[in-house]
Design a binder for this molecule. Sequence first.
Ligand code: HEM
Length: 142
Amino acid sequence: MLWIKAFHIIFVVTWFAGLFYLPRFFVYHSMTDDERLHRQFRVMERKLLGITHIGGALALLFGLWLLFAMSRGNPSYWSQGWLHAKLALASLLLFYHIWCARLVGQFAIGANRHSHTWYRWFNELPAVVLVLVVILVVVRPF
Ligand code: HEM
């Protein structure tokens, strides 16, 4: 079980590396009119999105594996408040990931519609989710 949890946390960190830095690329990408820089950002965004997909998929895989392993023979496991809140925040992170993938697609066809200020605020969400989820899984306040 601890090996599964260790790999879950390793891939959560990988996932966050992408979710933290992709929107940062969007901030700088939205500020440039230089075609050579546009091409450079498109390559970096596409490659980082690939790493983010791998981290997210494996964090989810090991997380679900933990969920069913921890709850097997223990149905009350599902009624823990901290776990509900955590899974809700993790779902929000999955939507944020999909949104980032759509934004990479929009930048790739030169169809970005947001300003660098908008992306600076957009970039804050993963940090808020990280703080809340780690407090929930370690402190288990409810
Ligand atoms: C993507 C969906 C996710 C699922 C299904 C999931 C599921 C789980 C489960 C079932 C556990 C075991 C909890 C226990 O010991 O009873 C766990 C542990 C953990 N998860 Fe997740 N998780 C997910 C996402 C995340 C995210 C986004 C983070 C970080 C922000 C995270 C951080 C952790 C940590 C740090 C632990 C170890 C807690 C401890 O043993 O003290 N997980 N996860």
